[in-house]
Design a protein around this ligand. Sequence first.
Ligand SMILES: [Zn+2]
Length: 146
Amino acid sequence: MNLPVSSEWIVTATRQYIAERAKTHPEIAAFVETLDALPLYVDSGGGVALRSDGELIGFLWEEPQSITVEMNPHLRFLAIVTGSEDYGELACLAPVRGADDRDCPLCDGSGRVPGLEESGINVKNVICYCGGTGWLPRNVPNPPQE
Ligand SMILES: [Zn+2]
């Protein structure tokens, strides 16, 4: 990946991420210490982090042995989408929709999970399969059907 930031920036941002959570979420801080990478996308199960060499690393919170280079194109996409929103330094990594990309079938291109707002759920805490972009890259498969 062609990164707009130096490995030093990633190391510093990772340390800051750990420091910010050391008191409130010590288990997360300890895990990220082991991970030695900056989490870009996380959910309750795990996430994707940026290692100082620019590699995207996937992990599961409960399984330190799960830490490995993330190959899943969907998770890599989510990591870049959320990372570019959360860190101004990574903003230029934000994916740009190409001619081959398509509307997200789950939200029909709106970027919002349908039916949530209507039922009074705080949509800020729920990210659509597309990461809120409203579209999916060609190499990302459709969400599993229910
Ligand atoms: Zn969507």
